[in-house]
Design a protein around this ligand. Structure first.
Ligand code: FAD
Length: 419
C-alpha cells in the first residue's frame, strides 16, 4: 500500500487588522512585495512571503508579528484576509500535519535559514534608513495603550501655526494625560482613534501623529504632549477630500477628550549623549519631531554639552511654515536654520535638497563626525531628493557614498519618517 503524502505545514504570516494603524511601513519595507492593501486592511500574500522578517521591526504597533500554523494548501488567501475585522482563532492541525510540523518544518525556508538575527540586515537592505536607533538613545516605551485599551487625553490647546491667509491649515494641538502615565521620547508618535465609523459601518482605524514636544512635556514638567496636524482637504492627487482624523483633530475645542493609543516608534529616536549633532531635514508637518528634538536640546542648554543642530526646513512660503515665528527666535549659535521656500513671491524656487548642496561644506563636516545623526521627516517624495543631495555632498569630497550610507544605517544614524 502507498503511504499517504506528508501534509505540508506553513507558518503563515498575518497582520492583526484590529491593531494595524495602516501606516504602510510594512508594505514599503517588504523586499519581495508580499504585502498589499485595500481601503480597509493590510495583508500578506502567502504565495509570496518568504518569512524574511524584514517588515517586523519597523512596524510601530507589532500588528505585523502574527503567525498561524496552517496546512499550506489551506493557507488564508489575500481575499480571505482582506475581509477580516479580526484575526481568526488558531485552528488545530490534522494529526499528520501536526506531526510533520514538529522539528521546525513549518518555518518558511528562508527564515529558518537566515534566523531572526539577520532581521536588521534585511531591513537595512530594503529601506534607505536605519533599522536600529542611535547607540545612546533612551529606551522607548511602545504600545502601552492599544485600540482595545486606549487612553483618554484632554485637549488643553489647539491653534493654527500657519498664516491664516494660506491654504495650509496646520494646527498645534496640546493633549494632557492628567494622572495617567504616558511616557514618550522625541521622535515617537501616537495614534488617534477618530470617533465614528467608515462607509462600511466599521470604526475608523487609528491615524498616526508625530510628537512635536520633548519627553518632559509640551510644558516642562507637565504630563502633556503636542502634535502638529495638517488639515487634509485634498487627496495626494489634489482632488477635494475630507480627511477623517485631521479634520476631527483640527476642529477640537479646549476640554474635549480624545482616544489615544501608543506610543509608537523605537528607532527614529534622538541620541542621548553629550556632543551628539543633529541634521534635521523636513517639510510641513515633518517639522513635528524636529521641534521635539530641538526643544529637548534647548532645555539642556547650561546642563549638558550640546552638539551642533542643523535644520533644513521646506515649505511653499514662510507663512505656510509651521512655527515660523518661534523658530526664527532661536539663537543662531544654537541652531543653524536653512529655510527652503518653493513658492515665495520674488524668490527662486528652492527645495531642501538645494540647500543641502549649498551648505555642502558644513554638511560634510558634520557627516564626518560619528556623533552626527540625520533625521528626515515629511512628504514621502522627499526621500529620493534628500538621499541624492547627501550622496552628491559626499561624492564631491572624493568619498564613497555607499560605504558611508551603509555605516549611517548600521550605526542607527540615518532615519526617515515620511508619509
Ligand atoms: P484620511 O481620511 O485617511 O484620507 C483622506 C484622503 O486624503 C485620502 O484620499 C488619503 O489618501 C488622502 N491623504 C491622507 N493623508 C494625506 C496627506 N497628508 N496629504 C494629502 N492627502 C492625504 N500627519 C500630520 O498632519 N502630522 C503628523 O505629525 C503626522 N505624522 C505621521 C507619522 C507617521 C509615522 C505616519 C505614517 C503618518 C503621519 N501623519 C501625520 C499622517 C496622518 O497619520 C494621517 O494620514 C493624515 O492626518 C490624514 O488622515 P485623515 O484621516 O485626515 O485622512
Amino acid at each position: 500500500m502507498n503511504a499517504p503524502l506528508p501534509v505540508e505545514v506553513l507558518k503563515q504570516h498575518l497582520i492583526d487588522p484590529e491593531i494595524c494603524i495602516r501606516c504602510n511601513t510594512c508594505e514599503e519595507t517588504c523586499p519581495v512585495d508580499a504585502i498589499t492593501h485595500d481601503a480597509n486592511s493590510y495583508v500578506v500574500d502567502p504565495e509570496i512571503c518568504n518569512g524574511c522578517m524584514a517588515c517586523v521591526p519597523p512596524c510601530p504597533t507589532g500588528s505585523i508579528d502574527n503567525w498561524r500554523l496552517v496546512v499550506r494548501a489551506e493557507a488564508y488567501s489575500v481575499q480571505d484576509q482582506l475581509g477580516w475585522e479580526e484575526l481568526p482563532q488558531e485552528k488545530p492541525l490534522p494529526v499528520d500535519a501536526a506531526a510533520a510540523g514538529e522539528g521546525g518544518q513549518p518555518m518558511p525556508a528562508p527564515q529558518a535559514e537566515a534566523g531572526l538575527a539577520q532581521t536588521a540586515a534585511a531591513v537595512t537592505a530594503a529601506t534607505p534608513g536605519a533599522a536600529v536607533p542611535p547607540w545612546s538613545a533612551a529606551h522607548p516605551y511602545v504600545n502601552l495603550y492599544t485600540h482595545k485599551t486606549p487612553i483618554t487625553a484632554t485637549v488643553v490647546g489647539n491653534y493654527r501655526v500657519t498664516g491664516a491667509d494660506t491654504e495650509s491649515d496646520i494646527h498645534h494641538i496640546v493633549l494632557d494625560f492628567g494622572e495617567q502615565p504616558f511616557p514618550v521620547l522625541e521622535g515617537q508618535s501616537i495614534g488617534i482613534l477618530p470617533p465614528g465609523v467608515d462607509a462600511l459601518g466599521r470604526p475608523h482605524h487609528a491615524r498616526q501623529y508625530s510628537l512635536a514636544s520633548p519627553r518632559d512635556g509640551e510644558r516642562a514638567g507637565y504630563n502633556n504632549l503636542s502634535l502638529t496636524v495638517k488639515r487634509v482637504t485634498q487627496d495626494h492627487g489634489g482632488a477635494a477630500a475630507h480627511g477623517v482624523c485631521s479634520n476631527y483633530l483640527c476642529d477640537l475645542a479646549k476640554n474635549d477628550t480624545v482616544q489615544v493609543i501608543g506610543p509608537f516608534g523605537h528607532t527614529f529616536l534622538m541620541p542621548n549623549h553629550p556632543q551628539a549633532n543633529l541634521i534635521m531635514i523636513c517639510t510641513g508637518t515633518g517639522s513635528a519631531p524636529m521641534r521635539a528634538m530641538t526643544e529637548r536640546s534647548r532645555r539642556l542648554i547650561g546642563t549638558a554639552d550640546i552638539g551642533k543642530l542643523m535644520l533644513f526646513f521646506g515649505a511653499r512660503t514662510e507663512r505656510e511654515l509651521p512655527y515660523f515665528g518661534p523658530l526664527m527666535k532661536l539663537p543662531r549659535d544654537f541652531i543653524d536654520i536653512n529655510l527652503a521656500l518653493s513658492r515665495e513671491p520674488g524668490q527662486p524656487k528652492r527645495y531642501v535638497q538645494d540647500l543641502i548642496r549649498e551648505r555642502a561644506a558644513h554638511v560634510r563636516g558634520l557627516l564626518a563626525d560619528r556623533n552626527t545623526c540625520i533625521y528626515v521627516c515629511g512628504l514621502k517624495g522627499m526621500e529620493v531628493g534628500v538621499l541624492d543631495a547627501l550622496r552628491d555632498v559626499v561624492v564631491q569630497s572624493g568619498e564613497d557614498w555607499s560605504i558611508l550610507h551603509d555605516a549611517l544605517r548600521r550605526e542607527g544614524r540615518l532615519h526617515f519618517e515620511t508619509y
